[in-house]
Design a protein around this ligand. Structure first.
Ligand SMILES: [Zn+2]
Length: 90
């Protein structure tokens, strides 16, 4: 008559309030449960390296945003201050 793995008792079937209490308590997420889940949420700092051309820090495997160099080569032609001023005036 008794089913294996059933958590409901005769008292819980007769009194649904006990049944609801059992269900909600089993769904409850404890502090430890939240902590275990959040143990993988930590952020890591970006990997930075110094530019070989201007010594400015840039993301690894990325072009330097200051001078446009990557692996000692000019990849992006950066405008000088004088050229930028001409564009503003025009
Ligand atoms: Zn640079």
């Amino acid at each position: 008559m008794h089913q294996i793995g059933c958590v409901y008792t005769v008292a819980s079937i007769k009194n649904p309030a006990i049944l609801l209490d059992t269900m909600s308590s089993r769904m409850r997420v404890t502090k430890g449960h939240s902590g275990n889940r959040r143990s993988h949420h930590a952020l890591t700092a970006p990997r930075l390296s110094q530019c070989s051309n201007c010594n400015e820090y840039h993301l690894r495997h990325n072009v330097c945003k200051e001078c446009g160099f990557y692996k000692g080569k000019q990849i992006i032609a950066k405008k000088t201050k004088a050229e930028t001023a001409e564009v503003v005036e025009a």
